[in-house]
Design a protein around this ligand. Structure first.
Ligand SMILES: *Cc1c(COP(=O)(O)O)cnc(C)c1O
Length: 362
């Protein structure tokens, strides 16, 4: 091709998602419903029950554009969390908000700090906008090393991404560690707390909303993709001070969050029953997977959310062999963890199927 490509884009490798069910079903010549997809940390219970009802009713209004300001959802979340409604921004998944952060704050003259083995999108976004990514080595147990992240700060540091719990490792940083960290970061650096799993964390989830009261350089990201089972709809949000929100709104597409998503999210946020059931399922799944690892002498990282990282020595090989048995997990070589696989919890039946297959392979 003779058209020259923007230099930041040329070297980008597109994000590799978990393999879709339909894709593997076609290859193996078996029905979709015999495949266990345990690859993208999705909710195996389906969408939030309340959201499902609301979505069905909403279909007849699809001739209208969505509300770009997400009035109803904004008010609902504002009441739900007791946070001012001007402090919210909505995205086509929280991934879009990560991209808006890149648009507004990352360029060739800036550096961005993230942990090694953190969510890969931080790396993609930083590269996309020409920033310099400083990847800080993890501490014991693959946890973010917050002290080392503070030390990595330089004059040109603009953004620090903290993924808590972290995907794909499943580690959870404590309130104490975050408090210490936040006290050491100057207020000319944006601190991003990516909390995609906050609602289903099995241990004590630190409260980062508290920081929003005193800090004007913090943004907390949440999503409806995980706890509410709405990954297919694409809706997430960020909470920060008004000034940051108004900057992030500048490059935002006017109708970035679709109408059904806004309606579903309004209903989902009230669906405590659903989230409770999912959390119970995560808890029993975690026990099942951890017991399995202990029994088979496999190294694993203590999981805080709905997935577990297990050391299987050749992650890609185990991934391929599980796939032949109709089970999709995630090999971890893109995260520089080639000996590991990440397994998202499925239904109890899917979990058992996966562990039986894994037992045969190891
Ligand atoms: C799943 C996930 C997200 C959510 O992405 P959406 O775009 O809201 O679906 C964000 N961050 C992390 C770390 C995740 O694992």
């Amino acid at each position: 091709m003779k058209i020259s490509i923007n230099k930041n884009i040329e070297s980008l490798t597109p994000y590799q998602p978990g393999r879709p069910i339909e894709d593997l079903a076609r290859e193996l010549g078996i029905p979709n419903n015999t495949i266990a997809k345990l690859a993208s940390n999705e909710c195996p219970l389906g969408p939030s029950y309340k959201a499902l009802d609301a979505m069905k009713k909403a279909c007849s209004e699809m001739n209208y554009y969505p509300d770009g300001g997400a009035f109803f959802l904004r008010n609902k979340l504002s009441k739900h969390f007791g946070i001012d409604k001007e402090q919210f921004i909505f995205g086509n998944g929280s991934n879009e908000i990560l991209e808006l952060i890149g648009h507004c704050f990352v360029n060739e003259e800036t550096s961005v700090i993230a942990s090694e083995h953190a969510f890969i999108v931080y790396k993609l976004i930083t590269k996309m906008f020409g920033g310099n990514l400083i990847e800080v080595p993890v501490s014991k147990g693959l946890e973010h090393n917050l002290d080392a992240m503070v030390e990595a700060i330089t004059d040109d540091t603009r953004v620090i991404f903290i993924c808590n719990p972290n995907n794909p490792t499943g580690t959870l940083l404590s309130q104490e560690k975050l408090d210490k960290f936040i006290a050491q970061v100057a207020d000319n650096i944006l601190i991003v707390f990516d909390e995609a799993y906050a609602e289903i964390v099995l241990d004590e989830m630190p409260d980062t909303f508290e920081y929003l009261k005193t800090k004007n350089n913090v943004i907390v990201l949440r999503t409806f993709s995980k706890a509410y089972g709405l990954a297919g709809l694409r809706i997430g949000y960020g909470i920060a001070n008004q000034e940051i929100i108004s900057i992030l709104n500048k490059p935002r597409q006017p109708f970035n969050v679709n109408r059904i998503a806004q309606i579903a999210a309004c209903a989902a946020i009230e669906d405590e029953k659903f989230v409770g059931e999912f959390k119970d399922l995560c808890n029993s799944s975690r026990n099942l997977f951890v017991d399995f690892c202990i029994k088979h002498n496999l190294e694993y990282i203590k999981p805080a959310a709905n997935f577990i990282l297990i050391k299987v020595l050749n992650g890609l090989d185990i991934f391929n062999k599980l796939q032949e048995k109709g089970i999709i997990v995630r090999p971890m070589q893109p995260y520089n963890l080639p000996e590991w696989i990440r397994i998202s919890y499925g239904t109890l039946e899917e979990n058992k199927k996966c562990l039986d297959a894994l037992a045969e392979l190891i």
